[in-house]
Design a binder for this molecule. Sequence first.
Ligand SMILES: C[S@@+](CC[C@H](N)C(=O)[O-])C[C@H]1O[C@@H](n2cnc3c(N)ncnc32)[C@H](O)[C@@H]1O
Length: 323
Amino acid sequence: MSFFEKILNKSNSYLYYKNNYFNLIKENENLRNENKKLKSSLNEKSEEIDSFNNEFKKLSKDNEGIKNSVNSNKSLINSLKNDLKNERLRNLENNYAFVFHDTIKESKWLKSKNFSLINAASNYSFIYILYRILDEMKPVNILEMGLGQTTKLTTQYADYFKFSNLTTIEGDQVWIDSFSKNIEIPDNANIIQCDIERVVIDESLEIPNKTIESNRYKNLDKILKDEKFDLIIIDGPQGFIDYPPIKSSTYSRTNIWNLIPNNLADEFIIIIDDYDRIGEQNTIKHVEELLNKENIKFDKCITKGLKTQCIILTEKYKFVKWF
Ligand SMILES: C[S@@+](CC[C@H](N)C(=O)[O-])C[C@H]1O[C@@H](n2cnc3c(N)ncnc32)[C@H](O)[C@@H]1O
């Protein structure tokens, strides 16, 4: 042993490090091995993660495909629902057409039966209910708003039943001239041209922050004065604001509001067409409010084909509900 070694062997820290040196080398090797193992397991895991990632991407793509097919099935179901609804209405309409044809077969007063009930004109449920009201309820004073197919019925009724009076209101003079050429207008029937004005519905109807525009016959209440009607047919003016595009009114055909109660007979029927539209439904809601305010008792029923009609009637005419 060299002198230098002898000196070193006297140092405790030298002895400590000397004794632990081999242990440390061993430990170091173990750690390296451990590290290697960890690295290789990490490589394995990253392959697993990559395969998970790929699987996830594939599933997301499949999911997207399923979502798209669910959405297209949903829209298919909606269009089928719509078709079914239209088919149901068409069936109802056809049924009314058959019943109408049978109903008028032996009619004493309806001689000319050439109706064209299509598009914006009256439909079969409307013409049927109107015929039965005229034929069985025999109204005396009739107000008709909107000249057209229904007028073929009302003019023939007035022509046969001379005790009755018919006032037909129409906005379009060209339409009056063209239509009148093809029908007989009896002495007790009067077709009045009345301009159509655009009005803003009063805010008192409590629809806040909305300017509600609507078409109505100008000064109709002044034209009708104090005349009392037991049948009011509402099918004019047009229920939409601008055309094209069609923009439905929130309230449409509101002239009736100004006729309550002054132009109503003690017993009456009001029939409004296009009740499938929100504008006509809202107008009738307010009609009901006005009648209630006047303490006028009434009942209501609906007829429905390709278009819907709402009928408001007083006690004397309650049988109309069974028509
Ligand atoms: C919904 S239509 C209904 C009129 C009528 N009650 C009927 O049964 O045909 C309402 C308005 O459309 C217009 N109108 C009706 N038929 C028309 C036609 N064939 N050509 C042009 N305008 C027409 C008229 O101004 C009429 O007042």
